[in-house]
Design a protein around this ligand. Structure first.
Ligand SMILES: Cc1ncc(COP(=O)(O)O)c(C=O)c1O
Length: 361
């Protein structure tokens, strides 16, 4: 066994050796022709993966940076943002909204439940909203909400409300039809289903969102979408120094993702999820999410058998595998097994075989 423990946590995830290796390519200046060629060759492939013909941006930050970008660019003075909160990462987005001085209305949904269109509708009907934030895949609860249904509601009834989606732990592992569903900003991080090292964040952004940003003063500088767009459009890549080594890795990983094929990639994630559900049920556990809303990238297992979760995690670690405890208050009441990025059915079988002695002792 190598000293590297295989990661089945919901990020950072396993990175393929050739992707990790790509980071060692020689450094270039970020104002060089070589870098511009790399950057402008990455963008169309990123658009393909994010299912958009509109705008994509890459920032040297983690996903939280783009939670901040979304809020800063979408909400005008005197207008409100609706934060739908059904878990820890949605709660963070609310804190981001408040700490940026926005008038943020928080609607709490019990953890384990999805964000439902009727709840969004009930809140937006009060009026005065510029945007709604929705976490697609709440990594803390293992719940995946139905973004297509939510977007349909908002687009039909509230055409001026921008739909801001955190897909940090789902983008590229699950189909999210950005353009077809009429989303306005989708943000994600490199270290989840994209299976890259941490340090990059990606966004798909609609024309409507850029038009809105024109009406928002004090968008800041680093995460000002209009500034990012200005540099891109002028052929000048990014305003500040990009994370060049990580972009080398992204370059290789986008080719790998497109070579696998998006449909195949989504199907692989779903097959790995099915295996994980079967394993959990066969071992006497229930799943934490409301039925029908289980995440396709991370399974949150309810500790119905009241096992010693830290002991399970330690046992897994001895076998060379890392699985996750529950998040925050859900610690020991749940545990989480991720099936995203590079992982597929064979990896899940390998993990479950290795865990078997724990359940037989
Ligand atoms: C759903 C979700 N949103 C946001 C974040 C924060 O992302 P980052 O750590 O890349 O800033 C995470 C991290 O796990 C997440 O799972």
């Amino acid at each position: 066994m190598t000293s590297h423990a295989k990661l089945f946590i919901p990020g950072p995830t396993q990175v393929a050796p050739e992707v990790a290796q790509a980071q060692t390519r020689p450094m270039v200046g970020h104002r060089s022709r070589a870098f511009a060629d790399l950057f402008y060759a990455i963008l169309p492939r990123l658009k393909q993966v994010l299912l958009t013909d509109q705008h994509v941006y890459i920032t040297a930050s983690s996903g939280t940076g783009l939670q901040e970008a979304a809020i800063r660019n979408a909400v005008r003075p005197g207008r409100k943002v609706l934060n739908m909160v059904a878990g820890a990462f949605a709660q963070r987005w609310h804190h981001v909204s408040v700490s940026n001085g926005k008038d943020a209305v928080r609607l709490d949904i019990p953890w384990g439940q999805p964000i439902r269109p009727e709840d969004v509708d009930a809140a937006l009907t009060a009026g005065g909203f510029d945007a709604v934030t929705i976490v697609h895949n709440e990594t803390s609860t293992g719940v995946m909400s139905d973004i297509a249904a939510l977007a349909h509601l908002v687009r039909e009834k509230y055409p001026d409300v921008l739909i801001l989606v955190d897909a940090v732990s789902s983008a590229s592992g699950v189909r999210i039809a950005f353009d077809d569903w009429g989303l306005d900003m989708l943000l994600t991080s490199s270290q989840k289903a994209f299976a890259l090292p941490p340090g990059l964040a990606f966004a798909a952004v609609s024309d409507r969102m850029l038009a809105r940003a024109q009406e928002v003063p004090h968008r800041g500088w680093y995460f000002d979408l209009l500034n990012l767009e200005k540099y891109l459009a002028a052929g000048k890549t990014t305003p500040a120094t990009p994370a060049i080594s990580l972009l080398y890795a992204l370059d290789v990983q986008l080719d790998r993702i497109l070579a696998e094929g998006l449909e195949n990639r989504w199907a692989r994630h779903e097959a790995a999820m099915q295996l994980t559900h079967t394993w959990a049920r066969e071992h006497g556990f229930e799943l934490f999410p409301a039925p029908g809303y289980e995440s396709r990238t991370v399974t949150c297992v309810r500790n119905t058998r009241n096992i010693d979760v830290p002991a399970l995690i330690a046992f897994a670690r001895e076998q060379g595998f890392v699985i996750g405890n529950g998040y925050g208050n859900l610690k020991n009441q749940t545990f989480r097994i991720a099936h995203m990025g590079e992982l597929g059915p064979d990896d899940m079988r390998e993990l479950f075989r290795a865990l078997e002695p724990f359940f037989q002792s």
